[in-house]
Design a protein around this ligand. Structure first.
Ligand code: PGA
Length: 252
């Protein structure tokens, strides 16, 4: 059985005090949830304060990006060592906004994934097609390209520490979501891709999240699909109550 994972991607939002306020409220709301892994991904500047606010809770910490070197002359970057040091368990890698605005490529994604795993951080690798890809019938080829290159060279053990987030780009922040069936189809396709290089046993254990306008009112039907193992949530994670409702949709 796969434990669902629901992660809040706060993107470029929240000052330190706002971030602490949010997780302090969230902690109480989800305190009784034991069957869903809960993750929040604040901005870098809020990580230390949020880490303190989450001590002793069932909520894990994630960063939104990482660099692959441990240290050195790389102005403006944050290393895996630093993310571990601040208390992160997870790191989001290859979000479509990073691919679109900051030149992230499959190659850089793969280097970051390997660096994260080497330091005991669990990568959440984002994959997904743009609207023009879907309309041109290229959803599977784009997703395949992101997945196969993103996980290139990972051992079975490393893959088991990796989460894949399927996020159709046209559904992010738009209020449009893939229908549960559309999402399930792509999730099953992703699992079939993993089978090319990993055993059925390993493949069955890998968690694949859905992301893109997940809200309290659509979360249950998405999260009850056979191959959807949780959600990566943007907008609805910025408010404790709505994020808690999505977490609970993954429970039971
Ligand atoms: P959204 O963002 O929930 O606001 O669509 C999801 C994401 O980008 O991870």
């Amino acid at each position: 059985m796969r434990t669902p994972i629901v992660a809040g991607n706060w993107k470029l939002n929240k000052t330190i005090s706002e971030a602490v306020e949010l997780v302090t409220a969230l902690r109480d709301l989800v305190a009784n949830v034991t069957d869903v892994e809960i993750v929040v991904a604040p901005t870098f500047t809020a990580l230390p304060a949020v880490a303190r606010a989450l001590q002793g809770s069932n909520i894990r910490l994630s960063a939104q990006n990482i660099f692959w070197e441990d240290s050195g002359a790389f102005t403006g970057e944050i290393s895996p060592v630093m993310l571990k040091d601040v208390g992160c368990d997870y790191v989001i890698i290859g979000h479509s906004e990073r691919r679109q605005y900051f030149g992230e490529t499959n190659e850089s994604v793969n280097r970051k994934v390997k660096a994260a795993l080497t330091h005991g951080l669990k990568p959440i690798i984002c994959v997904g097609e743009r609207l023009e890809d879907r309309e041109a019938g290229k959803t599977e080829s784009v997703v395949e390209n992101h997945v196969i290159n993103g996980i290139d060279g990972l051992s079975a053990e490393q893959l088991l520490s990796t989460v894949i987030a399927y996020e159709p780009v046209w559904a992010i922040g738009t209020g449009l979501t893939a229908t549960p069936n559309e999402a399930q189809e792509v999730h099953a396709f992703i699992r079939s891709l993993l089978l090319r290089n990993y055993s059925a046993d390993v493949t069955e254990q890998v968690r694949i999240q859905y992301g893109g306008s997940v809200k309290p009112d659509n979360a249950v039907e998405l999260l009850t699909q056979a191959d959807i193992d949780g959600a990566l949530v943007g907008g609805a994670s910025l408010e404790a109550e709505s994020f808690a409702q999505i977490v609970k949709a993954g429970s039971g």
